[in-house]
Design a protein around this ligand. Structure first.
Ligand SMILES: [Zn+2]
Length: 395
Protein backbone atom coordinates (compact mmCIF):
# COMPACT_ATOMS: atom_id res chain seq x y z
CA UNK A 1 0.00 0.00 0.00
CA UNK A 2 1.03 3.61 -0.56
CA UNK A 3 -0.04 6.75 1.28
CA UNK A 4 -0.02 10.28 -0.16
CA UNK A 5 -1.03 13.52 1.51
CA UNK A 6 -1.11 16.99 -0.06
CA UNK A 7 -2.24 20.56 0.74
CA UNK A 8 -5.56 19.65 -0.87
CA UNK A 9 -6.77 16.30 -2.25
CA UNK A 10 -9.48 16.44 -4.93
CA UNK A 11 -11.38 13.12 -5.05
CA UNK A 12 -13.64 14.91 -7.62
CA UNK A 13 -16.82 12.89 -6.89
CA UNK A 14 -16.88 14.32 -3.36
CA UNK A 15 -15.76 17.68 -1.90
CA UNK A 16 -12.07 18.62 -1.87
CA UNK A 17 -10.16 17.61 1.31
CA UNK A 18 -7.54 19.97 2.81
CA UNK A 19 -4.59 17.82 4.03
CA UNK A 20 -6.41 14.71 2.75
CA UNK A 21 -4.79 11.27 2.71
CA UNK A 22 -4.95 9.09 -0.40
CA UNK A 23 -4.44 5.36 0.18
CA UNK A 24 -3.64 3.21 -2.86
CA UNK A 25 -2.37 -0.20 -3.92
CA UNK A 26 1.24 -0.16 -5.17
CA UNK A 27 -0.05 0.01 -8.79
CA UNK A 28 -2.13 3.15 -8.11
CA UNK A 29 -5.54 1.50 -7.61
CA UNK A 30 -7.49 3.64 -5.15
CA UNK A 31 -8.27 2.10 -1.75
CA UNK A 32 -9.51 5.15 0.18
CA UNK A 33 -9.45 8.93 0.34
CA UNK A 34 -9.52 10.11 3.96
CA UNK A 35 -10.05 13.44 5.69
CA UNK A 36 -8.09 14.37 8.86
CA UNK A 37 -11.10 13.61 11.09
CA UNK A 38 -11.36 9.99 9.86
CA UNK A 39 -10.35 7.35 12.51
CA UNK A 40 -7.97 5.64 10.01
CA UNK A 41 -6.19 8.91 9.11
CA UNK A 42 -2.51 8.45 9.86
CA UNK A 43 0.35 10.31 8.18
CA UNK A 44 3.10 8.09 9.59
CA UNK A 45 3.89 6.28 6.31
CA UNK A 46 2.62 9.01 4.00
CA UNK A 47 4.54 10.89 1.35
CA UNK A 48 3.71 14.56 2.08
CA UNK A 49 3.37 16.58 -1.13
CA UNK A 50 3.12 20.33 -1.70
CA UNK A 51 0.24 21.20 -4.03
CA UNK A 52 -3.06 19.62 -5.09
CA UNK A 53 -3.50 15.90 -5.66
CA UNK A 54 -5.78 15.23 -8.65
CA UNK A 55 -6.74 12.23 -10.80
CA UNK A 56 -5.57 12.00 -14.43
CA UNK A 57 -7.24 14.36 -16.90
CA UNK A 58 -9.61 13.47 -19.72
CA UNK A 59 -9.33 15.33 -23.02
CA UNK A 60 -12.84 15.05 -24.44
CA UNK A 61 -12.02 16.54 -27.86
CA UNK A 62 -8.78 16.31 -29.81
CA UNK A 63 -7.63 15.71 -33.41
CA UNK A 64 -4.29 13.86 -33.15
CA UNK A 65 -4.06 13.62 -36.94
CA UNK A 66 -3.70 17.43 -37.22
CA UNK A 67 -0.69 17.59 -34.85
CA UNK A 68 1.76 18.44 -37.68
CA UNK A 69 -0.03 21.78 -38.11
CA UNK A 70 1.33 23.18 -34.83
CA UNK A 71 2.31 26.86 -35.23
CA UNK A 72 1.42 26.77 -38.95
CA UNK A 73 -1.92 28.58 -38.97
CA UNK A 74 -2.27 32.30 -38.09
CA UNK A 75 -4.37 33.19 -35.00
CA UNK A 76 -7.60 35.22 -34.75
CA UNK A 77 -8.54 34.90 -38.43
CA UNK A 78 -12.01 33.53 -37.63
CA UNK A 79 -13.20 30.04 -38.46
CA UNK A 80 -13.59 30.73 -42.18
CA UNK A 81 -10.01 32.01 -42.49
CA UNK A 82 -8.82 29.09 -40.34
CA UNK A 83 -10.45 26.45 -42.56
CA UNK A 84 -8.97 28.02 -45.70
CA UNK A 85 -5.47 28.07 -44.11
CA UNK A 86 -5.98 24.48 -42.92
CA UNK A 87 -6.67 23.22 -46.44
CA UNK A 88 -3.69 25.16 -47.83
CA UNK A 89 -1.24 23.85 -45.19
CA UNK A 90 -2.21 20.17 -45.07
CA UNK A 91 0.69 18.84 -47.19
CA UNK A 92 3.19 17.32 -44.73
CA UNK A 93 4.94 13.99 -45.47
CA UNK A 94 3.79 10.75 -43.79
CA UNK A 95 6.93 10.72 -41.62
CA UNK A 96 6.32 14.30 -40.45
CA UNK A 97 2.71 13.44 -39.62
CA UNK A 98 3.66 10.28 -37.66
CA UNK A 99 6.37 12.09 -35.70
CA UNK A 100 3.97 14.91 -34.82
CA UNK A 101 1.28 12.42 -33.69
CA UNK A 102 3.79 10.60 -31.45
CA UNK A 103 5.01 13.89 -29.97
CA UNK A 104 1.41 15.02 -29.29
CA UNK A 105 0.62 11.73 -27.50
CA UNK A 106 3.81 12.05 -25.41
CA UNK A 107 2.92 15.67 -24.60
CA UNK A 108 -0.54 14.64 -23.37
CA UNK A 109 0.96 11.89 -21.17
CA UNK A 110 3.43 14.39 -19.69
CA UNK A 111 0.51 16.74 -19.01
CA UNK A 112 -1.40 14.13 -17.00
CA UNK A 113 -3.95 13.25 -19.69
CA UNK A 114 -5.00 9.60 -19.33
CA UNK A 115 -7.95 9.36 -21.73
CA UNK A 116 -8.90 11.13 -24.97
CA UNK A 117 -11.88 11.43 -27.29
CA UNK A 118 -10.09 11.76 -30.62
CA UNK A 119 -11.50 12.75 -34.00
CA UNK A 120 -10.15 10.82 -37.00
CA UNK A 121 -10.88 11.44 -40.67
CA UNK A 122 -8.20 8.95 -41.73
CA UNK A 123 -6.07 6.17 -40.22
CA UNK A 124 -2.97 8.36 -39.58
CA UNK A 125 -3.31 8.14 -35.77
CA UNK A 126 -4.17 4.41 -35.59
CA UNK A 127 -0.60 3.02 -35.37
CA UNK A 128 0.12 5.23 -32.34
CA UNK A 129 -3.20 4.33 -30.72
CA UNK A 130 -2.26 0.64 -31.01
CA UNK A 131 0.68 1.15 -28.63
CA UNK A 132 -0.09 4.32 -26.58
CA UNK A 133 -0.47 4.30 -22.79
CA UNK A 134 -3.36 6.75 -23.17
CA UNK A 135 -6.87 5.32 -23.53
CA UNK A 136 -8.50 6.61 -26.72
CA UNK A 137 -12.07 6.60 -27.98
CA UNK A 138 -11.95 7.36 -31.71
CA UNK A 139 -14.70 9.25 -33.51
CA UNK A 140 -14.57 8.46 -37.23
CA UNK A 141 -15.59 11.87 -38.53
CA UNK A 142 -17.60 12.24 -41.72
CA UNK A 143 -18.72 15.33 -43.60
CA UNK A 144 -20.40 16.25 -46.86
CA UNK A 145 -22.97 18.99 -47.35
CA UNK A 146 -24.13 17.56 -50.68
CA UNK A 147 -26.98 15.08 -49.97
CA UNK A 148 -26.03 13.07 -53.08
CA UNK A 149 -22.66 12.19 -51.48
CA UNK A 150 -24.16 10.78 -48.24
CA UNK A 151 -23.77 7.09 -49.15
CA UNK A 152 -20.11 7.43 -50.14
CA UNK A 153 -19.22 9.35 -46.97
CA UNK A 154 -21.07 6.86 -44.75
CA UNK A 155 -19.65 3.72 -46.36
CA UNK A 156 -16.06 5.04 -46.37
CA UNK A 157 -16.50 5.81 -42.65
CA UNK A 158 -17.63 2.25 -41.95
CA UNK A 159 -14.57 0.90 -43.80
CA UNK A 160 -12.27 3.11 -41.70
CA UNK A 161 -14.03 1.98 -38.52
CA UNK A 162 -13.33 -1.65 -39.46
CA UNK A 163 -9.60 -0.78 -39.69
CA UNK A 164 -9.76 0.80 -36.20
CA UNK A 165 -11.46 -2.31 -34.80
CA UNK A 166 -8.45 -4.45 -35.85
CA UNK A 167 -6.12 -2.59 -33.45
CA UNK A 168 -4.75 -4.65 -30.54
CA UNK A 169 -5.91 -1.92 -28.10
CA UNK A 170 -7.72 1.43 -28.30
CA UNK A 171 -10.10 -0.06 -30.86
CA UNK A 172 -13.22 1.56 -29.42
CA UNK A 173 -14.92 4.05 -31.70
CA UNK A 174 -17.87 4.98 -33.87
CA UNK A 175 -18.87 7.30 -36.70
CA UNK A 176 -19.79 10.91 -36.01
CA UNK A 177 -20.61 14.00 -38.13
CA UNK A 178 -18.18 16.94 -38.33
CA UNK A 179 -20.36 20.06 -37.86
CA UNK A 180 -23.88 21.39 -38.32
CA UNK A 181 -22.84 23.21 -41.49
CA UNK A 182 -20.79 20.44 -43.08
CA UNK A 183 -23.18 17.49 -43.00
CA UNK A 184 -26.28 16.83 -45.12
CA UNK A 185 -29.49 15.61 -43.49
CA UNK A 186 -29.32 12.21 -45.29
CA UNK A 187 -25.73 11.66 -44.04
CA UNK A 188 -26.67 12.72 -40.51
CA UNK A 189 -29.68 10.36 -40.54
CA UNK A 190 -27.49 7.42 -41.59
CA UNK A 191 -24.92 8.11 -38.87
CA UNK A 192 -27.52 8.60 -36.12
CA UNK A 193 -29.38 5.43 -37.14
CA UNK A 194 -26.13 3.44 -36.96
CA UNK A 195 -25.16 4.91 -33.55
CA UNK A 196 -28.57 4.17 -32.06
CA UNK A 197 -28.27 0.52 -33.13
CA UNK A 198 -24.70 0.25 -31.75
CA UNK A 199 -25.45 2.32 -28.62
CA UNK A 200 -22.55 4.55 -29.60
CA UNK A 201 -21.77 8.12 -28.57
CA UNK A 202 -22.38 11.17 -30.76
CA UNK A 203 -20.31 14.33 -30.97
CA UNK A 204 -20.46 17.33 -33.31
CA UNK A 205 -18.73 20.72 -33.64
CA UNK A 206 -21.38 23.28 -32.69
CA UNK A 207 -21.68 27.05 -33.18
CA UNK A 208 -17.94 27.69 -33.30
CA UNK A 209 -18.43 30.88 -35.32
CA UNK A 210 -21.08 33.59 -35.69
CA UNK A 211 -21.07 32.95 -39.44
CA UNK A 212 -22.44 29.42 -38.81
CA UNK A 213 -25.60 30.88 -37.25
CA UNK A 214 -25.83 33.54 -39.97
CA UNK A 215 -25.68 30.83 -42.63
CA UNK A 216 -28.60 28.89 -41.10
CA UNK A 217 -30.66 31.98 -40.30
CA UNK A 218 -30.26 33.98 -43.49
CA UNK A 219 -28.13 31.92 -45.95
CA UNK A 220 -25.70 34.86 -46.13
CA UNK A 221 -22.18 35.64 -44.88
CA UNK A 222 -18.70 34.18 -44.97
CA UNK A 223 -19.85 30.58 -44.90
CA UNK A 224 -21.82 31.05 -48.13
CA UNK A 225 -18.70 32.60 -49.69
CA UNK A 226 -16.63 29.60 -48.59
CA UNK A 227 -19.10 27.07 -50.03
CA UNK A 228 -19.18 28.99 -53.32
CA UNK A 229 -15.36 29.06 -53.51
CA UNK A 230 -15.33 25.29 -52.94
CA UNK A 231 -18.03 24.78 -55.62
CA UNK A 232 -20.37 23.09 -53.13
CA UNK A 233 -23.97 23.42 -54.34
CA UNK A 234 -26.35 25.19 -51.93
CA UNK A 235 -29.54 24.98 -53.98
CA UNK A 236 -31.08 22.34 -51.66
CA UNK A 237 -30.45 24.51 -48.57
CA UNK A 238 -32.93 27.18 -47.40
CA UNK A 239 -32.55 29.84 -44.70
CA UNK A 240 -34.59 28.82 -41.65
CA UNK A 241 -34.53 31.89 -39.45
CA UNK A 242 -33.23 29.55 -36.73
CA UNK A 243 -29.75 29.12 -35.24
CA UNK A 244 -27.68 26.25 -36.59
CA UNK A 245 -28.21 24.15 -33.47
CA UNK A 246 -31.95 24.77 -33.27
CA UNK A 247 -32.25 23.82 -36.94
CA UNK A 248 -30.24 20.59 -36.63
CA UNK A 249 -31.38 19.36 -33.17
CA UNK A 250 -34.41 17.40 -34.45
CA UNK A 251 -32.00 15.19 -36.43
CA UNK A 252 -29.65 14.51 -33.48
CA UNK A 253 -29.99 11.34 -31.36
CA UNK A 254 -32.20 11.75 -28.29
CA UNK A 255 -31.21 8.68 -26.24
CA UNK A 256 -27.45 8.11 -26.54
CA UNK A 257 -24.79 10.42 -25.00
CA UNK A 258 -24.32 13.54 -27.12
CA UNK A 259 -21.45 16.04 -26.91
CA UNK A 260 -21.63 19.51 -28.48
CA UNK A 261 -18.14 20.91 -29.02
CA UNK A 262 -17.28 24.66 -28.72
CA UNK A 263 -20.71 26.32 -28.20
CA UNK A 264 -18.96 29.68 -28.50
CA UNK A 265 -21.95 31.31 -30.19
CA UNK A 266 -24.76 29.33 -28.51
CA UNK A 267 -27.59 31.30 -26.90
CA UNK A 268 -29.13 30.19 -23.60
CA UNK A 269 -32.21 29.12 -25.58
CA UNK A 270 -30.02 26.92 -27.80
CA UNK A 271 -28.56 25.28 -24.68
CA UNK A 272 -32.01 24.71 -23.16
CA UNK A 273 -33.41 23.25 -26.37
CA UNK A 274 -30.45 20.85 -26.68
CA UNK A 275 -31.00 19.54 -23.13
CA UNK A 276 -34.76 19.26 -23.75
CA UNK A 277 -34.07 17.16 -26.84
CA UNK A 278 -31.51 14.91 -25.12
CA UNK A 279 -31.05 15.06 -21.34
CA UNK A 280 -27.67 13.30 -21.74
CA UNK A 281 -26.11 16.25 -23.61
CA UNK A 282 -22.55 17.30 -22.72
CA UNK A 283 -21.13 20.72 -23.59
CA UNK A 284 -17.44 20.46 -24.44
CA UNK A 285 -15.35 23.62 -23.99
CA UNK A 286 -12.10 24.18 -25.89
CA UNK A 287 -11.26 27.72 -24.70
CA UNK A 288 -7.66 27.92 -25.98
CA UNK A 289 -8.80 26.95 -29.49
CA UNK A 290 -11.70 29.44 -29.29
CA UNK A 291 -9.22 32.22 -28.49
CA UNK A 292 -6.81 30.99 -31.20
CA UNK A 293 -9.46 31.03 -33.93
CA UNK A 294 -12.26 33.47 -33.04
CA UNK A 295 -10.80 35.23 -29.96
CA UNK A 296 -14.11 34.64 -28.14
CA UNK A 297 -15.19 32.38 -25.25
CA UNK A 298 -18.56 30.65 -24.69
CA UNK A 299 -20.93 32.09 -22.08
CA UNK A 300 -20.45 29.80 -19.09
CA UNK A 301 -23.18 31.44 -17.04
CA UNK A 302 -25.77 30.30 -19.59
CA UNK A 303 -24.38 26.77 -19.75
CA UNK A 304 -23.93 26.32 -15.97
CA UNK A 305 -27.41 27.65 -15.25
CA UNK A 306 -28.86 24.75 -17.24
CA UNK A 307 -26.47 21.80 -16.83
CA UNK A 308 -23.41 20.47 -15.03
CA UNK A 309 -22.51 18.14 -17.92
CA UNK A 310 -19.50 20.15 -19.09
CA UNK A 311 -16.35 18.55 -20.54
CA UNK A 312 -13.00 19.98 -21.65
CA UNK A 313 -11.12 19.48 -24.92
CA UNK A 314 -7.87 20.82 -26.27
CA UNK A 315 -8.99 20.59 -29.92
CA UNK A 316 -5.93 20.04 -32.16
CA UNK A 317 -2.46 21.54 -32.33
CA UNK A 318 -3.64 23.31 -35.52
CA UNK A 319 -5.53 25.69 -33.21
CA UNK A 320 -3.73 25.33 -29.87
CA UNK A 321 -0.13 25.77 -28.77
CA UNK A 322 -0.33 22.88 -26.27
CA UNK A 323 -2.40 19.81 -25.37
CA UNK A 324 -2.95 20.42 -21.66
CA UNK A 325 -6.33 20.31 -19.89
CA UNK A 326 -4.95 22.39 -16.99
CA UNK A 327 -4.09 25.25 -19.40
CA UNK A 328 -7.71 25.14 -20.60
CA UNK A 329 -8.96 25.27 -16.98
CA UNK A 330 -6.71 28.27 -16.22
CA UNK A 331 -8.25 30.22 -19.13
CA UNK A 332 -11.75 29.39 -17.85
CA UNK A 333 -10.85 30.24 -14.24
CA UNK A 334 -9.34 33.60 -15.21
CA UNK A 335 -12.45 34.49 -17.26
CA UNK A 336 -14.91 33.15 -14.64
CA UNK A 337 -13.30 33.45 -11.18
CA UNK A 338 -16.63 32.66 -9.49
CA UNK A 339 -16.59 29.01 -10.61
CA UNK A 340 -15.41 26.69 -7.78
CA UNK A 341 -12.16 24.94 -8.67
CA UNK A 342 -13.59 21.51 -7.74
CA UNK A 343 -16.22 22.04 -10.43
CA UNK A 344 -13.59 23.03 -13.03
CA UNK A 345 -11.48 19.98 -12.18
CA UNK A 346 -14.56 17.76 -12.51
CA UNK A 347 -15.11 19.06 -16.06
CA UNK A 348 -11.52 18.11 -16.90
CA UNK A 349 -11.66 14.62 -15.34
CA UNK A 350 -14.84 12.77 -14.35
CA UNK A 351 -17.28 14.37 -16.82
CA UNK A 352 -15.12 13.46 -19.83
CA UNK A 353 -14.67 9.92 -18.44
CA UNK A 354 -18.45 9.61 -18.03
CA UNK A 355 -19.15 10.83 -21.56
CA UNK A 356 -16.54 8.58 -23.19
CA UNK A 357 -17.58 5.51 -21.17
CA UNK A 358 -14.26 5.35 -19.31
CA UNK A 359 -15.50 6.12 -15.79
CA UNK A 360 -14.98 2.58 -14.42
CA UNK A 361 -11.25 3.32 -14.43
CA UNK A 362 -10.79 7.08 -14.79
CA UNK A 363 -12.04 10.45 -13.57
CA UNK A 364 -11.96 10.34 -9.76
CA UNK A 365 -10.32 8.90 -6.64
CA UNK A 366 -13.16 6.42 -6.08
CA UNK A 367 -12.37 3.02 -4.58
CA UNK A 368 -11.29 0.49 -7.21
CA UNK A 369 -10.42 3.02 -9.95
CA UNK A 370 -6.89 3.35 -11.33
CA UNK A 371 -7.21 6.92 -12.61
CA UNK A 372 -3.59 8.10 -12.59
CA UNK A 373 -2.44 10.38 -9.74
CA UNK A 374 -0.92 13.81 -10.38
CA UNK A 375 0.14 16.76 -8.27
CA UNK A 376 -0.57 20.33 -9.40
CA UNK A 377 2.43 22.25 -8.08
CA UNK A 378 1.75 25.94 -8.71
CA UNK A 379 -1.53 26.58 -6.92
CA UNK A 380 -2.88 28.90 -4.25
CA UNK A 381 -4.67 26.85 -1.58
CA UNK A 382 -6.15 29.96 0.10
CA UNK A 383 -7.84 31.44 -2.97
CA UNK A 384 -8.14 28.03 -4.70
CA UNK A 385 -6.51 29.40 -7.81
CA UNK A 386 -4.37 27.51 -10.34
CA UNK A 387 -1.40 29.78 -11.07
CA UNK A 388 0.27 27.69 -13.75
CA UNK A 389 -0.05 24.22 -15.27
CA UNK A 390 3.14 22.92 -13.57
CA UNK A 391 2.51 19.34 -12.47
CA UNK A 392 4.14 16.00 -11.75
CA UNK A 393 3.04 12.40 -12.11
CA UNK A 394 2.86 10.52 -8.80
CA UNK A 395 1.69 7.16 -10.19
ZN1 LIG B 1 -12.37 20.04 -33.25
Amino acid sequence: MKFYSADVVFPIDTASIPNGLLVTEDDGTIIACLSPDHPDYNLQNAEILAGWLVPGFVNAHCHLELSHLKNKIPQHTGLDGFVQDLMRMNNASDTEKQEAIQAADAEMQANGIVAVGDISNCSDSFALKGISKIQYFTFIERFGFNPAAADIAFESGKTLLEVLKQLPQNNKGNLTPHANYSVSIPLLRKIVHQLEIEKGIFTIHNQESASENEFFQFKTGKMVERFEKMNIPLSHFEASGKSSLEMMLPYFPSKIPLQLVHNTFSSELDIQKAIQQNSNTYFCLCPAANIYIENELPNLEWIRRNTNQITIGTDSLASNSQLDIVEELIILQNANPEIPVNELLKWGTLNGANYLGFSKRFGSFSKGKKPGIFILLDVNSFSYKINSSAKKAIV
